[in-house]
Structure formats: structure tokens, C-alpha cells
Design a binder for this molecule. Sequence first.
Ligand code: NAD
Length: 488
Amino acid sequence: MSVTNVNVTNAIHTVPGLRIGARWVAETAAGSVPVHDPASGAVIGAMPVAGPAEVDAAAAAAAAAFAGWKRRTPLERFQVITAATALLRQRAAAIAAVLTREQGKPLAEAERELRLAADIIDFLAEEAKRLAARGVPPRTAGVASQTVLRVPVGPVAAFTPWNFPANLPARKIGAALAAGCSVVIRPDERTPFTCVEIVRAFVDAGLPDGVLNLVAGPPAPISAALVADDRIAKLSFTGSVAVGRALGELAARHGKRYTAELGGHAPAIVCADADAAAVAALAVAAKYRNAGQVCASPIRFLVQRRRYAEFAAAFTAGARALRVGPGAEPGTQMGPLVDAARVQQMRSFIDDALAHGGRLVCGGERLARPGAFFAPTVLEAVPAAARVQREEPFGPIAVLDAFDDLDEAIARANALPYGLAAYAFTNDLRAATKLADALDAGMVGINHFGVSQPETPFGGVKASGVGHESGLEGLLACTEVKLVSVAA
Ligand code: NAD
């Protein structure tokens, strides 16, 4: 990330700046970075960069505000938090336009994300009102009570990527604030404006100063400073396995709590008894949503051999029919990738798959127009050694394959080090039960792809992460257990 002083004369979006304590900081000694529209490459605005002084001030503000925020009752916190989500809903169309401009996804998807972000935050604030303490009967005479409490973990440093600029900050901010924690959030350098708008809604709703702080700039120095800072209790990250592991090591070194939602490589098993055409229609929508830049996106479609041709034909027809274009254009079903680097990544995954003997069924190329557009792509017969079969492409690439026996499909589904989401389609109760049990993933969807909901935990096993976000589990991840034992 190159830091410069950006002079944006035609900015379509201006931000108030970083949020530190009670102030918006529009200018810093570290300068600012441009933010681009991936549909055109045009600069749409600039984001100020936090240097060491701003990062330190944000940690100080979060620590100071934590003392007061943790003493508010869950109901008081709920009232402020839901005032902010009411503003988010009021402003959903305007913020969605910003989200689409900086990230690329179709406007309708962006607005759905905004409204879902508000729902995620509301659920966490609601759930915090009924975080129950647990009484444990004493074993020693004279001890009157032993109560296990859930208390806020402390100031949280949160790092969010670019693929869901509203939803991912919502999970981290919502859980922390509802639990009584303060936050320093660092949104992705490509998509900071949506997060600024979320923070602005909290400020406008009357959240006490310093409870929610926002910094921006080069990620490694910011995370290194915040993890090492004694005032920060917990680190929460979403992104790649490589960065997630490096941050996990850093968190362990400094004795910090850590939650990480990392990549996946989701299999989708389609059994012969399923309605292949209907599953293909669902699969196209799930695969190419947000241009495949979704950690729970299905990638490896394993279809029972006697329905393979039918499924492949329906899936490919669906992929070919998708309308790809700027997210702001009416009717667009798939927008651009987030930047040109991801377009290069897609090309290299495909070249590698073809070099290994895989077959390109459709797509495979960037679109001949300005912006980071890549065609919805279908590959088949790709050997297991190819990169796309092992590494997360994080883009609009589907890999189709046939299987004969359910045990074989399960073994192939579980063969990778990832374990975020897995999907299976069957009308056979016995097969469904077996698949739900055997698929090694934090989230298993049987006969649908909708495993990410505000009310349910989101997280992976194996290399796909540590802990959970969303649902009750997401809230608990921002709490610490405290035992109070009272002798009479
Ligand atoms: P990345 O892990 O390099 O970056 C993800 C986010 O982490 C970005 O916002 C980045 O600025 C930030 N980051 C990078 N280094 C950091 C550090 N030292 N401290 C704190 N934050 C840091 O991933 P990417 O290059 O954006 O995408 C590459 C791959 O990452 C994708 O192919 C995909 O596998 C994975 N990814 C997963 C998710 C997800 O939702 N789980 C989101 C984005 C990317």
C-alpha cells in the first residue's frame, strides 16, 4: 500500500476522517491514500492514514472509554446501539451506493448487506440483555454462592477485509459494543468508506466518545502496535490464512485473546437423487454472489456421476447468462473484482488448472472493458494437484467434478486443510444425516447455501479460523469468564 498525499479534485465521496476519541481527524502527518472504483479504476476519494501517534491516541481513547461503557447496563447499551442501526437503515440506500463504488458489488446486494449488518448488530445487542450468569453449587461448607459471570473482555482491535465492507465490521463492532467493550477498527485500505459511515451512524446516535475508534493505513504496523499495546485486550481479524496465522502468533506472544475468520474452500456435494437443475440454479447464485469473493463460497462442486452432465449443463448455462457489469448499473448480477490484482490471480489459477490438464468450460478471461471485470468461469476435470483445487481462488471460478460413491465424495470434500463451510444436496434422509455428520466444516448447509445468518455462529475448523462471530457465540467471544465466590 503506497501512502501519498492525495489531492482528489473529483471525489465522489468525502469522509470526515479517522475517528479518534471525540474527534474526526481529517489530516495526519502520514498523509492519505486514494480509494478506487473497481468498475472504472477512477479515484473516488481519499482516506487519511493513521501514523503511530493516531494509533496510540485511538488505543488511549478506547481504554479511557471502556471504563464507562462497561458500566452501562446491557439495556442502556442496547438503546444506543439500536439508535445507530436505525440510522443505518435510514441511510441504507446512500451507504450502499458508497459500498458499491468502493467494492464493486451490485447495488441491490450492497443494500441487502447494509440491512443485514443492522440486523447482525441488533441481534448481538438484544442477546447481550440476556447473557445469563451461572450458579455453581459450592462444595465447601460456609461458601454461600459461586457465580460464573460473563464480563466484557476489554478494548478490542478489529481488522476487516474488503469483501463485505458493512457485514464484517458489523459482526466485530456489534459483538464488542454489545458485550461492553470499546473498539479500535481498521477497515481494509480498498473499502474504508463504508466502515466510516457505520462509525458515523454510531457517533450520530450518541455513542459515548472513544467507545468506537477508526484508524486506517498500512495494516502490519497498525496491528503490530495495537497487539503489543497493553490497553488492548483482544484482536479480531478476518482475511487470509497466512495473515491470520501471523496475527495469531503475535496475539499469543502478547497474551491477547484472538478470534480469526480465515479462508475456506467449500465443497458442494450434489447427490443423484437431488433435483440437479434446481440445485444448479441455487449454486450459480451462491457461487457468483459478490463475484465469488466470499469465504464461504462454494468452489468444488462434486456431482454424482449419473447426474453430472445434467448439472454441468444447467450450471454452465446459468453462469453464461449472468449479467456482468458495474454494480451501480441496473440489472447487473455480478460486479467487478475488488482490484486488478485479483484479476491477475484469477488468470493464474486458470492457467495453472489448464496446464494440469483441466478443461475450461466457460469464462476464463477478463472482460474487454475498463475496470477489474472477470467472466464467470467454469472448469472441469481439474486434477487435484492444480492450485485451484487446493487454494482458495476467492473469485468467480467454479470447479465441477463427478463422483461415484458418497464415501469418496466425503473424503474428497474433507481432503483440504480448510474447514469453513460445506454444502450437500440430497433428498435421502440417511445420506443427509451421514453428510451432516461427516463433513469437516464449521458450517454445513444441507439442501441450501444460507449458512451465514445474524442469529447463527459463523466460523471454521482446521485452518479456517479460531472461534466464531455472529450468533450468541460471537457475543461470547467478546466476553471473559469471571467467577465470584462468596462465603457467608
Ligand atoms: P489478506 O489477508 O492479505 O488481507 C485481508 C485483510 O487483512 C486486508 O484488509 C488487509 O489490509 C489486512 N491485513 C493484511 N496484513 C495485515 C496485518 N499484518 N495486520 C492486520 N491486517 C492485515 O488477504 P487479501 O490479499 O485481501 O486476499 C487474499 C486472500 O485472503 C483471498 O484469496 C482469500 O483467501 C482471503 N480472504 C478471506 C476473507 C474472508 O472473508 N475470510 C476476506 C478477504 C480475503
